[in-house]
Structures are given as C-alpha cells and as structure tokens.
Design a protein around this ligand. Structure first.
Ligand code: SF4
Length: 99
C-alpha cells in the first residue's frame, strides 16, 4: 500500500516534466519548410550532400554548423544549400563545426 502511494507520488511529480519534454520534442520537429515546395535543384543538392532531416549524430547538427544561419523556431538557412531552409536538427555530409 505504501509503495503504491510512493509510485503515485513519483508519477504525479514527474508528469509535468514528461509533458514538457514531449512538447519540446514536438516543437523541435515542427517543419521549417515543405519538402514538396523544394525545387528539383534543391532536392538534387540535398541528395548530393547526403542531407538528413534528423541528424544521426547530435554533434553534427545544422544548428552547430558553420554554414547555418539561425532563424526562428529551430529553423534556419544553409549556405551550402544555396540559402535553402533547414532545421537545426538536420545534418549533411558537409557539416563544418562552428568556430
Ligand atoms: S552544410 Fe549540412 S550540416 Fe551544415 S547547415 Fe548545411 S545542411 Fe546543415
């Protein structure tokens, strides 16, 4: 009985943090551009650079790249992609750490 009470209190205490984390994850995954709106050239350039919508290695995210210009809401633009929109959580093979 006491352990049930402790479990409930632990869950109740953590629930707001869990919900806050889920909200942040959703906000970070909000689209910065519509893939359908990209031109053939933009799509081709992304392919040639091995562009990934979500970086496999968090240390090589667009947000930490020298070619990234930050905008609002985790969005920005990439110089290597001709100024095309990207998200801070994306990545590609041309990643260059910000100095
Ligand atoms: S060069 Fe690659 S990693 Fe750097 S901002 Fe552009 S897409 Fe992101």
């Amino acid at each position: 009985m006491e352990s049930d009470r402790r479990r409930f209190l632990a869950f109740a205490g953590l629930s707001p943090l869990v919900l806050l984390g889920a909200g942040n994850a959703l906000a970070q995954s909000a689209p910065c551009y519509s893939p359908e709106a990209l031109t053939f050239s933009q799509k081709s350039r992304r392919r040639s650079l091995g562009f990934m919508d979500v970086a496999v290695d968090p240390k090589r995210r667009c947000g930490g790249c020298n070619f990234f210009t930050a905008g609002e809401g985790g969005c920005g633009n990439c110089q290597m992609l001709g100024g095309a929109p990207v998200t801070a959580n994306s990545s590609c093979s041309s990643f260059a750490p910000r100095s």
